[in-house]
Design a protein around this ligand. Structure first.
Ligand code: UDP
Ligand code: MG
Length: 313
């Protein structure tokens, strides 16, 4: 009998742990218990509420429940990574703790896996989040697909199943600045897609603030594409060209042909506009470069990706 690991990253989800378990029991473990063995791996990502107690309480009753407790909050990407690193299944499936991912579709994921697909991706049709996040997500995917070598489907989520072969390859990644789903996309393999409508979060607040999501998107760009680094060069070229043309226009207009607009603008204004503009460009370029350097710095130091306080695996 094949084993499937369900991986649940959880940060401040005390009220959702038991409902999630009950839902999984009802829609997955119960109906499929004659066909597959399951393990449920909670990764408690440094929660400050009673998430840990809730998980341990359940784990004491149900032997198939495993857990990893981080020493502090490391973020969802790292939490799912720890789950994948430590799970024992022939396949694993990641699902959010807040019941936004419809557990009743899990048998369909498993069905696709049995058909021979190694990566089964849940793609979100709607978006239960608020407007700005949806808009941001759209922009993110549009830009990412333009500038990176890996094509990512808009709406593709972390709600996905991966085969043991993919897990083993995934475990070779060492970068700690990561976006789990983008790494899985990078790996390739045969993939299938399952479309779903995301539910509203059951209890508590989404802990991914707009700011955190923006950082995640930015990290995605930086780690998957070299285009922002090259942007500095493109900006520089365009600016030099434009300011060159403008400079020539002003020189000719002022001193030779007496063109109206060139003639009335004062030298100080001309200079100020150019300077401010150029300083802005230089700062943008420096900003991009420093992000890359920060990234290199982090990876070179090679700190462990996460620290485990306690685990039952
Ligand atoms: N999560 C986590 N660490 C964090 C933030 C979130 O493990 O630092 C978990 C969270 O408990 C949930 C999943 O990641 O299971 C998705 O988080 P959330 O619902 O806050 O985000 P969204 O629904 O907006 O993607
Ligand atoms: Mg959520």
């Amino acid at each position: 009998m094949k084993t499937i690991s369900l991986i649940v990253p959880a940060y401040n989800e005390e009220k959702n742990i038991t409902p999630l378990y009950e839902k999984l029991e009802e829609t997955v473990f119960g109906p499929l218990k004659n066909k597959y063995a399951f393990e449920l791996v909670f990764v408690n990502d440094g929660s400050r509420d009673k998430t840990e107690e809730e998980i341990e309480k359940l784990a004491a009753i149900h032997p198939e429940i495993k857990f990893i407790d981080f020493s502090r909050n490391f973020g969802k990407e790292i939490a799912t990574t720890a789950g994948i690193n430590n799970c024992a299944g022939d396949a694993c499936l990641m699902i959010d703790a807040d019941l936004q991912h419809p557990a009743e579709l899990i048998p369909q994921f498993i069905e696709k896996w049995k058909e021979g697909y190694e990566v089964v991706v849940g793609v979100r049709k709607n978006n239960a989040g608020h407007g700005l996040k949806t808009l941001g997500a759209k922009a993110f995917y549009a830009i990412l697909n333009k500038i990176s070598e890996v094509k990512v489907i808009p709406g593709a989520t972390d709600f996905r199943l991966i085969d043991r072969a993919v897990i083993n390859e995934f475990n070779r990644f060492t970068e700690s600045n990561r976006m789990t789903r983008a790494l899985i996309d990078w790996l390739g393999f045969r993939r299938a897609y399952i479309y779903f409508d995301a539910n509203e979060r059951l209890n508590g607040e989404a802990s991914y603030s707009l700011w955190k999501l923006t950082q995640l998107a930015f990290n995605g760009f930086i780690s998957l594409s070299m285009v922002p680094l090259k942007l500095a060069g493109y900006f520089g070229a365009v600016i030099t060209l434009l300011s060159g043309i403008l400079g020539v226009y002003i020189l000719l207009g002022k001193y030779i042909f007496h063109w109206y607009f060139a003639y009335i603008s004062s030298n100080v204004v001309d200079l100020a506009v150019f300077t401010v503009f150029l300083v802005g460009i230089i700062l943008i370029s420096l900003g991009f470069i420093s992000f890359y350097i920060a990234n290199i710095q982090k990876e070179v130091i090679g700190r462990p990706m996460y620290v485990i306080r306690k685990k039952k695996i």
